[in-house]
Write a protein of this length. Structure first.
Length: 172
């Protein structure tokens, strides 16, 4: 079952003053990061964070940049009312969410893939989800994924086709 829900607040409490959260907010106001978030571009976002590393002069700033690098939450944008296709997976063929935990927001930054015998074939779209248990996810927001995933998928498919063709020519 999939549900569309609000993006949870990562802060522990609104009354607690956290200098790292303040530093993160200051960095998110940087024009390079604002432009990357507006463009929904993960690569530009990471490049802008890398460019900001020399400006981090204290431990709080370095920790803020590290947290921003670990999370894709600033890039999250509201989803339309339509939910993604359900995650049907029969014998490893179908759709599957593959990704990692976002340690800052306690959610999962995942990519929905088309799979064939449990091997990811083609990335479809990135999501910020919360796992509810028993293969149920709550879709919180849409996030970008690195477009190199698509080139990697094409490269793996090309190598597999090449190996298959060579094995057929060799009579194996």
């Amino acid at each position: 079952m999939t549900r569309l829900g609000p993006v949870p607040n990562a802060a522990a409490s609104p009354s607690v003053h956290d200098p790292v959260e303040d530093a993160m907010a200051r960095y998110l106001a940087d024009p390079r990061l604002v432009a990357a978030v507006a463009a929904f571009d993960l690569r530009r976002y990471r490049d802008a964070l890398t460019a900001l590393v020399p400006t981090a002069t204290d431990d709080v700033s370095r920790l803020a940049l590290r947290r921003l690098r670990q999370t894709q939450r600033p890039l999250a944008r509201a989803m339309s009312n339509r939910l993604p296709l359900f995650l049907a997976n029969y014998g490893g063929c179908g759709f599957r969410l593959i990704g990692d935990t976002d340690p800052v927001a306690l959610t999962h930054a995942t990519v929905r893939w088309i799979t064939f015998f449990f091997l990811p074939i083609w990335p479809l779209r990135g999501y910020l989800v919360r796992y509810l248990g028993a293969y149920e996810y709550e879709y919180l927001a849409e996030i970008p994924f690195d477009l190199r995933l698509r080139w990697t998928a094409v490269g793996i498919a090309a190598v597999a086709a090449l190996l298959y063709g060579v094995s057929r020519l060799a009579g194996l």
